[in-house]
Design a binder for this molecule. Structure first.
Ligand code: COA
Ligand code: AMP
Length: 636
């Protein structure tokens, strides 16, 4: 295998036409593309222009036609209810076709948007695939977002239909989803015509006559719908992700490039064969859930596990091992946070001894930086390769990984290994010049990005250009900083914008600042991501009160915390705000968030030369210690 990676990677960049048309032969096309890469309008590129296909057909019907009908396509495993349910390819195809018929009967057709706000139940995947079947564009919103966030997405996507459930299940509590949906629609200006609601046994949702339809009733009355051929360049879905403001970015994924790239990754990156059991322990609300719970494993003819539960507490830190044993999982993909949680609850992995996990071959981690201690712990106890890999909502599949199906490299802790074929990763300085190996700079990818990435932002091409393509002409700016070592290993160090990763969930501190600033007593505010042993990072707020405000500061801080939960949702995990007299700024008025973060983390910091008033930094330290952060600063 030695040299295989270098050869494949080189070919992918020198002969993308040959490379990707070969990969595309694994997909069923209704009509072959006219142009593999439409580069007539740089820096905007389109893959497989003129091609026609259906994503759902490639995920389901084709496997039935090719003899895989009896194999399990999806296994639903709920650690919350103890229920497991397996759906064969034939069964899943029928359920999806019927649900597609149900939503078509409500007027949903090719190009219409459908918002899905669902807990981790099989119907969430069924709803996504049904949209794909009709060529409708789904937009899944994570259940931990508050109604106001859902409303923002409704206004942007303007869905004809919304699909939701009566409730989600979190440890120790049942979360009614339907009232949140109702509030969101109330707040939104673009109202959907219809809502289809899955009634779960734990809670019965109240239905709004004339607007809401019961899932089971809608399906009972429906005829199965056939797959609608769509252009390779037509959108499959829009997934909103945190931007630098309260307005999330609608990442668009097209049908053709997505199918080709995702299918290719299963064998080449993940080293998984059709027929094997694959588990991505994420949520359908995140990109990992889209790509690796639903589309890629099904496209590849695998059995995909859809898990409802937590790595710990449902019922204990042995849950992941139980799922692996019970369903004979070959490979698991999750966030490092999940393993930090397991390690915290069961440091010696005693529970692992109760399970037979001989089916298990590889653990993949992504979503946030993998800390070496967690990697080492997982390696020592699982005794399988633990593969860190780097990707983003925008890219839809990994940029950098140790490609298990091509040529596994020795793991260097702290690095997700090398650029995946298709990706030309560089490190640039502020002027756009490439830096020396080992030097830190902006991690960028040479355009065009490979198939399956994002061709644009939903209804926001200028924002797409401004956010990602403007800074370094000819390159996609990932928003991450890092370096590449002499052997080509990429190291992803930190975000260069205001995005933080909390328990593998991507959040914008800017969006939280917008919420805090709306509190009537707050004059100014800042939010930073402080290091957290479990979640990697957690947001911390600083509030400067308006002159003359004499109310209890603790009360105001509590209100600020409640406000973020109300407007953004529990997913923000915003629990701490400190009232300070003033914020440290540069002479030009820029808030020194980086320095505040170092103080919060108890790291050494240098007083920035451009600081307006250095006396503010010790005040920040003191305020932080008041809320349990920031050791005595070691001033450099
Ligand atoms: N619907 C509604 N609320 C949700 C939710 C959902 N789908 N998912 C999470 N929440 C809520 C939680 O209940 C919690 O609420 P609380 O503040 O009332 O306690 C809040 O959102 C924060 O959730 P989270 O940050 O996930 O913390 P947690 O304490 O519930 O769980 C972990 C911590 C580590 C167990 C969990 O984050 C985890 O399993 N993470 C790793 C896997 C993963 O999801 N990765 C994502 C991308 S790969
Ligand atoms: P998301 O779009 O939610 O997948 O978040 C993408 C961001 O998560 C990236 O831009 C990185 O900042 C971070 N990230 C994802 N995977 C890794 C990784 N393996 N190592 C370091 N950071 C990562």
């Amino acid at each position: 295998m030695a040299g295989r990676y270098a050869e494949i990677h080189r070919r992918s960049l020198e002969d993308p036409e040959g490379f990707w048309s070969e990969a595309a032969s694994a997909i069923h096309w209704e009509k072959r593309w006219d142009r593999l890469l439409d580069d007539s309008r740089p820096p905007f590129y389109r893959w497989f222009a003129g091609g026609v296909l259906n994503t759902c057909y490639n995920c389901l019907d084709r496997h039935v036609a090719e003899g895989r009908g009896q194999q399990a396509a999806l296994i639903y495993d709920s650690a919350m209810t103890g229920q497991t349910q397996s759906f064969s390819y034939t069964e899943l195809t029928d359920l999806v076709a019927r649900f597609a018929g149900a939503i078509a009967a409500q007027g949903v057709a090719k190009g219409d948007r459908v918002i899905i706000y669902m807990p981790m139940v099989p119907e969430a995947a069924i709803a996504m695939l049904a949209c794909a079947r009709l060529g409708a564009v789904h937009s899944v919103v994570f259940g931990g977002f508050a109604p106001a966030e859902l409303a923002t997405r409704i206004n942007d996507a303007k869905p004809k239909l919304m699909i939701s459930a009566s409730c989600g299940l979190e440890p120790g509590r049942v979360l009614a989803y339907k009232p949140l949906l109702d509030q969101a629609i109330e707040l939104a200006t673009a109202k959907p015509d219809r809502c289809i609601i899955l009634q779960r046994p734990q809670v019965k949702a109240e239905m709004k006559p004339g607007r809401d339809l019961d899932w089971q009733e809608a399906v009972a009355a429906a005829k199965p719908a056939a797959c609608v051929p769509v252009a390779a360049t037509d959108p499959l879905y829009v997934l909103y992700t945190s931007g630098t403001t309260g307005q999330p970015k609608g990442v668009v994924r097209d049908n053709g490039g997505h199918a080709v790239a995702l299918k290719w990754t299963m064998k080449n990156i993940y080293g998984v064969e059709p027929g094997e059991v694959w588990w991505a322990a994420s949520d359908v609300g995140w990109v990992v859930g889209h790509s690796y719970i639903v589309y890629a494993p099904l496209m590849h003819g695998c059995t995909s596990v859809l898990f409802e539960g937590k790595p710990v507490g449902t019922p204990d830190a042995g849950t992941y091992w139980r799922v692996i044993q019970q369903h004979k999982v070959s490979a698991l993909f999750t966030a490092p946070t999940a393993f930090r949680a397991i390690k915290r609850d069961d440091p010696d992995a005693k529970l692992l001894r109760n399970y037979d996990i001989r089916s298990f071959r590889t653990l993949f981690l992504a979503g946030e930086r993998s800390d070496p201690a967690t990697l080492e712990w997982a390696e020592a106890h699982l005794k399988v390769p633990v593969i860190d890999h780097w990707w983003q909502t925008e890219t839809g599949w990994p940029i950098v990984a140790d490609c298990m199906g091509i040529e596994p490299f020795p793991v260097k802790h702290g690095s997700p290994t090398k650029a995946v074929p298709g990706w030309d990763v560089r490190v640039l300085d502020g002027e756009g010049h490439e830096v020396k190996r080992g030097d830190i700079g902006a991690l960028v990818c040479k355009l065009p990005l490979p198939p399956g990435t994002f061709p644009t932002l939903w209804n926001a091409e200028q924002r797409f250009f401004d956010s990602y393509l403007r800074a370094y002409p000819g390159f996609y700016n990932t928003g991450d900083a890092g370096f590449i070592d002499e052997e080509g290993y990429v190291y992803v160090m930190a975000r260069t914008d205001d995005v933080i990763n909390v328990a593998g969930h991507r959040l914008s501190t800017g969006a939280m600042e917008e919420v805090l600033a709306s509190h009537p007593d707050v004059a100014e505010c800042a939010v930073i991501g402080a290091a957290d042993d479990l979640k990697g990072q957690v947001p911390l707020g600083f509030l400067v009160l308006k002159a003359g405000v004499s109310r209890d500061e603790h009360k105001i801080a509590e209100e600020a915390v409640a406000l973020v939960r109300e407007r953004i949702g529990p997913v923000a995990a915003f629990r701490t705000a400190a009232v300070v007299k003033r914020l440290p700024k540069t002479r030009s008025g820029k808030i020194l968030r980086g320095t505040m973060q170092k103080i919060a983390d108890g790291e050494e910091y240098k007083t920035p030369a451009t600081i307006d008033d250095p006396a503010i930094l010790p005040e920040i330290g003191e305020a932080l210690r008041g809320v349990g952060y920031g050791k005595e600063p070691d001033k450099g």
